[in-house]
Ligand binder design. Structure first.
Ligand SMILES: C[S@@+](CC[C@H](N)C(=O)[O-])C[C@H]1O[C@@H](n2cnc3c(N)ncnc32)[C@H](O)[C@@H]1O
Length: 345
């Protein structure tokens, strides 16, 4: 059993986009693994569930001497946030007041920063841009950490360039004795740049905690390697390099007993290839993955989302419809095949 699973903490009722396990884990990370002196950094808090989990963990850490949680968001309300929170706000409005209110007494341990990370120009996105987003130059992320960073929680690097920027600015400031980099989108195929750029710099850290869904946390090596991290522009990364990095990341997850997250990283290869404009290989890769997915799997919904996104982008049908129907209604499929069999008898 993972040590965070038996960690005692009850989460306050704040709307969240992460799983209960991830909240439990962040609290455990702050209260047990944090060194008690370094600062922590979070991208991005939304309404504060992950912020509260991490900050209240840090506050309860018996080693705590100093250290703040710096949390970064553009605080721009988007329509997709409404069904997840049951809160109605105008599109584009500022929601930092909601975070402040939810933090309550933890506000003295949390510093809120308004920044706009690069949105990138991706052919495929889970939340396509609507055109009314604020200019990316409004509050660029050029923050200089005042003290070394012991924890980075990344749940807001929603583009390849955002992940590049976050790593390029923060990696030089990681605590020399070792730091935790918790990547929430690690197993989200629509955020393939997270496993890709982490794998590209694998000499700097090693996977420490693999959660059952989404989050993978790395521990940076000590002493910190010389030189800057390798963060090429996506144009400078070949399809072969990207496939190889993501396949290696998927293999590592499989070796850590998480084949489901490994398949998510492999689905990310399809989106990476489509993003690169490598149409032929994107289709071929997705076709083969459709068959390699288990017939009954909780990831079927993501396979459908990725297929639909790629089919829309490349204007081609990839996911065989019968296979998709079987996956989406396994109960009905089993009942239907029994009925046919009994009729044939
Ligand atoms: C998935 S939500 C974070 C969920 C949150 N950690 C929780 O507890 O559920 C992503 C967050 O990233 C922020 N965000 C999205 N794009 C951004 C950008 N370009 N710059 C800064 N923040 C951004 C959103 O406002 C949102 O709060």
């Amino acid at each position: 059993m993972n040590p965070w699973s038996c960690h005692e903490w009850s989460c306050p009722p704040v709307p969240t986009m992460v799983t209960p396990e991830e909240l439990q884990y962040l609290h455990w990370l702050g209260s047990v693994e944090w060194d008690g002196e370094s600062d922590a950094v979070e991208f991005a808090p939304w309404l504060g569930a992950t912020t509260i989990a991490l900050a209240s963990g840090m506050v309860s850490n018996p080693r705590r001497k100093s250290g703040l949680l710096h949390t970064f968001d553009n605080f721009v309300w988007r329509p997709f946030m409404e069904p997840r929170s049951k809160i109605q706000r105008p599109n584009g409005s500022d929601f930092s007041d909601l975070l402040r209110a939810n933090l309550g007494s933890l506000a003295s341990s949390v510093v809120m920063h308004r920044v706009e990370l690069p949105k990138g120009e991706h052919r495929i996105s889970r939340y396509p841009l609507t055109g009314d987003e604020p200019l990316s130059s409004a509050n660029p992320f050029d923050w200089e950490p005042p003290v070394p960073i012991g924890i980075i929680f990344i749940d807001g690097a929603k583009s390849y360039d955002a992940m590049r920027l976050v790593l390029s600015r923060l990696v030089p400031h990681l605590a020399p004795g070792g730091a935790w980099l918790a990547c929430q989108d690690y197993a989200d195929p629509f955020a393939y740049w997270v496993p890709l750029l982490m794998q590209l710099n694998s000499e700097r850290w090693s996977a420490a905690h693999v959660l059952s869904a989404n989050t993978v946390t790395f521990r940076s090596v000590s002493p910190v390697p010389q030189g800057t991290p390798r963060l090429p522009a996506i144009e400078d990364l070949s399809s072969e390099e990207g496939i190889s990095l993501l396949e290696t990341a998927a293999d590592a997850l499989r070796a850590r007993g998480n084949p489901s997250s490994a398949r998510m990283v492999q689905l990310g290869i399809c989106i990476f290839l489509a993003d690169k404009g490598d149409r032929g290989r994107a289709i071929k890769y997705l076709r083969s993955l459709c068959w390699r997915f288990p017939l009954v799997s909780r990831n079927s919904r993501v396979l459908r989302e990725v297929s639909e996104a790629i089919e829309r982008c490349l204007e081609v049908r990839v996911y065989p419809r019968p296979l998709r129907l079987i996956r989406e209604c396994p109960g009905a499929t089993i009942r239907w095949s029994r009925k046919v069999r009994s009729m044939l008898r």
